[in-house]
Write a protein that binds this ligand. Structure first.
Ligand code: HEC
Ligand code: HEC
Ligand code: HEC
Ligand code: HEC
Ligand code: HEC
Length: 166
């Protein structure tokens, strides 16, 4: 009898522990280089200079090494972060950028549709990342189904399951 309680107690603690560890582990993203969006905006670069698919394709994409190498083959600053980039450029090794936003593979989303047709701004879905001086560690906007649906409802866009789940 007593032993039963004891086992139940330990199991309960294990469950609580697992839940706490699980929630504390809300995905936080660490980038290999402390990229500064604000400085590159000040340098006059459009978003699509680095996120090349954003205007015409479903995926915006992250910049390949070659895009950074256009300006960073010779050092422009004293920054240790720029030095890390320079080393990768010399070795020809891609920067292992981590994804911040990403839907489950069963959901279809197209940047082209939302930018060209719906005329939305990046900010609406990604927050003020253009002013970020260090890479965001978590998404500014949670891309849940409820979030997609509430805008679709307001804007009279499709609510059909098959439009997003294919
Ligand atoms: C069109 C030119 C251009 C391109 C392309 C470019 N940069 Fe830069 N980068 C700059 C300028 C200008 C600065 C600011 C120099 C200064 O602070 O005086 C800079 C600064 C930096 C710094 C130092 C930042 C700091 O905090 O001082 C890093 C790191 C950097 N860039 C990384 C990148 C990466 C990674 C890419 C590719 C994704 C990239 N840059 C693409 C022009 C460019
Ligand atoms: C010089 C290249 C460059 C320019 C210009 C640039 N970005 Fe980025 N962007 C990056 C790099 C590198 C990362 C990954 C590191 C980070 O998060 O800072 C990134 C990450 C992002 C992400 C997160 C992507 C993911 O993994 O889910 C978003 C959203 C984004 N940028 C939006 C923008 C917007 C909006 C603009 C224009 C206002 C812009 N970027 C301009 C290089 C650039
Ligand atoms: C209507 C909302 C919406 C708008 C507007 C939007 N995005 Fe996104 N973005 C998303 C979603 C959703 C994802 C995740 C897509 C996926 O996983 O299929 C994403 C992903 C990204 C990524 C990660 C790489 C990728 O291709 O998935 C980058 C970079 C990005 N967006 C940049 C931009 C830029 C730059 C703009 C403005 C020019 C912009 N986005 C406008 C919703 C949006
Ligand atoms: C801020 C508003 C807004 C948000 C947020 C938004 N959408 Fe949309 N979406 C629209 C509008 C407006 C259209 C209609 C564009 C057109 O075709 O004229 C659209 C169209 C679409 C279509 C094409 C539907 C069809 O008729 O075939 C898909 C698929 C879609 N969105 C997926 C998503 C997904 C997935 C998300 C969330 C990750 C999302 N959208 C978030 C505004 C939004
Ligand atoms: C406007 C786009 C959109 C429409 C329309 C839509 N969904 Fe979703 N759905 C999403 C997004 C975004 C997610 C979250 C994916 C993620 O977490 O990465 C999602 C998640 C789900 C999940 C959870 C799966 C999981 O990954 O946990 C189910 C189940 C689901 N949707 C069913 C439906 C059904 C049924 C309908 C029709 C009534 C529907 N959806 C319509 C965008 C949509």
């Amino acid at each position: 009898m007593l032993r039963g309680f004891w086992i139940a107690g330990v199991s309960l603690l294990l469950v609580i522990g697992a839940v706490l560890v699980g929630s504390g582990r809300e995905r936080s993203v660490r980038q290999p280089i402390q990229f500064n969006h604000a400085k590159h905006k000040a340098a006059g670069l459009e978003c699509s200079f680095c996120h090349q698919g954003v205007d015409g394709q479903a995926f915006a994409g992250l910049p390949p090494l070659e895009t950074c190498a256009i300006c960073h083959t010779a050092p422009m600053t004293e920054s240790a972060e720029e030095a890390k980039l320079a080393t990768l450029i010399v070795k020809g090794e891609p920067v292992p950028w981590q994804r911040l936003y990403g839907l489950a593979p069963h959901v279809f989303f197209s940047h082209r549709r939302h930018l060209q047709l719906a005329q939305l701004e990046c900010k609406t879905c990604h927050g003020p990342i253009e002013d970020a001086t260090t890479p965001p560690v978590r998404p500014a906007v949670k891309h849940s189904m409820k979030w997609c649906m509430s805008c679709h409802e307001q804007r009279g866009a499709s609510l059909d399951c098959m439009a997003c789940h294919r």
